[in-house]
Design a protein around this ligand. Structure first.
Ligand SMILES: [Zn+2]
Length: 206
């Protein structure tokens, strides 16, 4: 597995291009903004891009979908089945962020502990509500794409639509801190971390 990291969009979202080196099949996590250099890199590496996978529906994580759909016709968008803000530009804040309404047509709604095979990669979707109603993390080969649920020594806000601090705390404690300590955490903003480091040093959830 290879992971290429970009920072995209108006609020500096971590966008990841992930692919299986053997089959070349791959996916993008959270395209916050469109950047042609990402498309060029995907083409240069011969990646067969199959999915855009969203950790959640906030406007800053979805601004690039339209552009990548145009570059990769047939690509499918995957999100958690409770993320209703994707269909409502008022709830996902896209108007205030981009000055235009972004509504996402999701091709594949997934549920807690659903799995997906992309080439040789086995993905596990872990439902982690709290930052949003339909927030989820994606676990693949010891790497966790944690969206805005868990950051390096921080956590996502709970004061937006659908947010809940008790739910976020429960999601992190019961669903993420139970993963192996050496699980690499790749959040939706800022730096990378591990589950072990967060269990020891995260001041918000111990
Ligand atoms: Zn968010």
């Amino acid at each position: 597995m290879q992971i290429i990291h970009y920072v995209t969009g108006p609020i500096q979202v971590n966008t990841y291009v992930v692919f299986d080196e053997e089959s070349r099949k791959g996916f993008i996590v959270d395209p916050g903004g469109y950047d042609k250099r990402i498309t060029d890199k995907i083409n240069e590496l011969g990646i067969d891009l199959q999915y855009i996978i969203l950790t959640h529906g906030h406007g800053d994580h979805i601004g690039g979908i339209e552009g990548f759909r145009r570059d990769f016709p047939g690509i499918q968008v995957v999100a958690n089945k409770y993320e209703d803000m994707l269909m409502d530009s008022r709830l996902n804040d896209s108007r205030s962020l981009f000055g235009r309404d972004i509504v996402v047509n999701v091709d594949k709604w997934v549920d807690d502990f659903d799995t997906m095979k992309i080439g040789n990669l086995e993905l596990l979707f872990i439902y982690t509500p709290g930052h949003t109603k339909g927030g989820m993390c994606i676990l693949v080969e010891g790497h966790l794409f944690s969206g805005d649920t868990l950051f390096r020594y921080s956590i996502g806000r709970t004061d937006f639509y659908g947010g809940s601090w008790p739910q976020l705390e429960k999601s992190i404690k019961t669903k993420l801190y139970t993963l192996p300590d050496d699980t690499v955490v790749l959040p939706g903003h800022m730096g990378f971390t591990t589950i072990g480091d967060e269990k020891k040093g995260n001041p918000f959830v111990r």
